[in-house]
Design a protein around this ligand. Sequence first.
Ligand code: HEM
Length: 442
Amino acid sequence: MEVSSNNKISGIFIVAALVLLGVGMLFGVIGGVQYMIPGFLKDSFSFEKARPLHVSAILFWIILAASGALFTYLPKHTGKKIWSPLLQKIQLGLLLFTVLAIFISYFMGWFGGREYWEFPPILSLPITLAWILFIINFVKSLGGFSKQPVYVWMWMTGLLFFLFTYLESNLWLIPYFRSNIINDMTIQWKSYGSMVGAWNMLIYGSSIYLLDKIGGTNYGRSGMAFGMYFLGMYNLMFNWGHHIYTLPTYGWLKQISYFVSMTELFILGRIIYEWKKTLSVANRLGNHETYRFILAADSWIFLNLVLAILMSVPGINVYTHGTHITVAHAMGTTIGINSFLLLAFAHDIFSGDQYSYHYHPKGFNLGFWLANVSLLAFWLSLILSGILKAKWQMTPDAERIPFGEMMIKMKPLFVVFGVSGMVLMMGLLILVVNLVRNSKRV
Ligand code: HEM
């Protein structure tokens, strides 16, 4: 059931997220230039600052856009308004305040956290509080869990697990947990792996909602979708096995967890593939931009699946670990799958009745193709750099060329990485600017 009273704040979540995507990419491009020209801006804005600024901005792009999509699709599903717009506003305010504080702390060189969340740990408090408010507002707005489609379960699971894994990722602050290095690292990487699984639940949930909305289908209640949900849940609990390949824990656990995480991507890809076949021409044309991003995400699911399967072979993983192949996997999935699906939601939401959306075919095509083609070059350059580095690491000490010489050999690949990163940013910015301009309500 559609509601026209979909509130304004949900749209603001998405606009704020899009702005962070733009800002985050800018920091990423600075990092990319530092790959090409080592030492670039070393004294004023070193890689040690550019990287966390990039990663934090991008994480908040994902979190805020996924929240905005959920807040938009939930009332459409229930036919009722969001329970508390006030809580929604406080949540948004807390998150934006934290992002600003994180940026300031990085600029000032105040760190103290751990990789991906390198800001002073005190800032975890507003993030946790915002998330608790989110859960309360979701449960109250939903009304009940009886006979709900799979996307509602995915949203709920994603919300709860994000809170759980976020708290878990902060356990190192307690001396008991950080006193044993193996336990400490296992908990750390487990929480990060599961956290990605949690936001994937939020994003995949909204994807299934959207597929049903566009196609008039009922995947949300199909056995396949529930199968994916249970696999996804297993995945978010156990997928962390591959993060700790190099730590001495049980081998069988790592294998099973990796196998399951592959299955999840495979099923999501298959659902989109099957859905595509059921769509009429009118459905495709009527949802043109959204549809194209869903298809692009489907292709990226396939490419990342191939890479992930290769990386999951323990004999290969030992060498790829800590190389640019890991970065290719992280960026390939967060851009090609997560961000493209989130951009599909943003196009769907801002082309809705309540927004004065104007479609610019030329602008859209330019942005879309620049982003996809450059992402391919970007991703391949990282994989090839990773292969070179892995080969270097494998070479016996006596035959190995010095590190500096190896870096010079990799330079052409870093140039491809940096330049394609700039083009990727330009392509996505065209789309971001168009979306923000279209976010005015009528
Ligand atoms: C939607 C856009 C983007 C997303 C979602 C994204 C995501 C990420 C993520 C998750 C990481 C952490 C990787 C890891 O630790 O393994 C990362 C690192 C990085 N990204 Fe991006 N990124 C985006 C765009 C860009 C662009 C346009 C550039 C430009 C060159 C860029 C350059 C970098 C660099 C230099 C790093 C650090 C790699 C390292 O640690 O060596 N990113 N990005």
